[in-house]
Design a protein. Structure first.
Length: 422
């Protein structure tokens, strides 16, 4: 304010010349000039002082004020409520229902390989031939010995009958009949031995042709034509694997086991009923669970080291899409929830305390709500606990809001994706 009071003094000190003040041109003489007391210019001084004072006061009263931005607009929606089938989800591995190593059970040189590596063969298809001539001759030799034993027995029986008649007429002694009886019995034993040798020779001769024991795919051969096999121990020639159906082995944790057993007791289900439960399978590159089978085996005991129960499913595989050893996703239906609450996965956040949702209260203030999540169902996530049906959940723009902030909620509906493939 000092400039206001000294405004006129400054003008008073100006020399006698024209001075521009406030857009007006005026002549100001020094203090000794009689013009100062002229009535024409006498009112300039007070007017100028007043103008300067107004400008100064206006400058002093000009203050910056903060205007808060409007609350951000955020999409909110109530959770979807519908019936959901609850599943026990696990990961497992496929395994062949039958897998056999084809071995050479007789000694000899490999004469032929009668299949293409990796092809599907039917039961009884001949796969390998091992030098059959030697074993064929041994079979013929055993058959000839059997015929000779039959002839000997026939003669021994005829002699026994004759000696028995003579003893009745007391034409020969009893010792002669005893000798004839012994000869007949030895002939019978020799025939039985000859028959066993023939059967053994037939089996060995059959081993020279290695055939498929069941329908399956045969691996690459492990020996070459002309190689000596079965010398000191059975030689593996190849492996045959049955592909249809196929096993799926997986484990269930103890908590799920307790829940399933409690549900089974509530519904009055037996072990036989549980074995009829469907098992759904999906590969890592597939969407959903397109392969369906049934429960085949449940271990009677839990593994105390891992706290899990071994379970096995049986899945049809006529198109041979599933190969043994595949890592697969498995789910088995356990119960039905008629009023499950679901939200999009994008609405979920996570921190060190676990998963949470941002919920808008009645005052449009954002709150953080800790929740327990469940399985995914048709593109939405089941919320097990921590959420109510009428809660307004932030489903978009999570990065624009923080707990405790007031927002402008834009009520919308959660879009439910199209049903995915099983």
């Amino acid at each position: 304010m000092a400039m206001v009071f000294h405004g006129w003094s400054f003008v008073d000190s100006l020399p006698h010349r024209q001075t521009a003040i406030g857009g007006h041109r005026m002549t100001r003489a020094n203090s000794a000039s009689p013009v100062r007391h002229n009535g024409r210019w006498g009112h300039i001084g007070p007017a100028l002082a007043a103008a300067v004072a107004v400008v100064a006061l206006a400058g002093c009263e000009d203050k910056n004020t903060f205007v808060a931005p409007p609350p951000p607009k955020v999409d909110v929606a109530t959770p979807v409520q519908r019936s959901v089938t609850r599943y026990v989800e696990a990961t497992g591995n496929t395994a062949p229902i039958k897998s056999v190593d084809l071995v050479a059970r007789v000694q000899g040189f490999l004469q032929s390989i009668d299949y293409q590596d990796g092809t599907f063969v039917k039961q009884g298809t001949q796969l390998f031939t091992i030098e059959p001539e030697t074993y064929k001759l041994k079979l013929e030799q055993a058959q000839a010995a059997e015929i000779g034993a039959q002839a000997t027995l026939k003669q021994a029986e005829a002699d026994f009958k004759r000696q028995a008649e003579l003893v009745q007429r007391q034409a020969v002694s009893q010792s002669t009949l005893d000798t004839s009886t012994s000869t007949r019995d030895n002939a019978q034993a020799n025939l039985q031995q000859a028959q066993a040798n023939t059967r053994l020779a037939e089996i060995n001769y059959g081993y020279t042709k290695v055939s498929a024991p069941f329908d399956g795919i045969v691996s690459a051969h492990l020996v070459s034509i002309g190689e000596l096999v079965g010398v000191s121990s059975p030689t593996q020639l190849a492996t045959i694997v049955a592909m249809d159906p196929i096993y799926v082995n997986f484990t269930v944790n103890e908590q799920d086991v307790l829940r399933i057993r409690a549900e089974a007791r509530r519904r009055g289900l037996t072990i036989a009923d549980l074995k009829q439960l469907p098992v759904e399978i999906g590969l890592q590159t597939e969407t959903g669970y397109p392969h369906e089978g049934r429960l085949d085996y449940v271990s009677p005991t839990l593994n105390s080291s891992t706290g899990t129960l071994a379970v096995r499913g049986l899945v049809p595989n006529d198109k041979r899409v599933l190969l043994p050893g595949y890592f697969v996703r498995v789910r088995v239906p356990s119960d039905q929830d008629t009023n499950a609450l679901l939200v999009p996965d994008t609405a979920l956040g996570s921190d060190q305390g676990g998963r949470y949702l941002l919920v808008v209260n009645n005052d449009n203030i954002v709150e953080q709500r800790k929740v327990q999540i469940g399985q995914q169902d048709n593109g939405l996530r089941v919320i097990e606990s921590g959420l109510k049906p009428d809660d307004r959940v932030v489903i978009a723009g999570l990065l624009r809001v923080i707990p405790g902030q007031k927002i402008d909620p834009q009520v919308t509906k959660i879009e439910q994706p199209q049903a995915s493939a099983k």
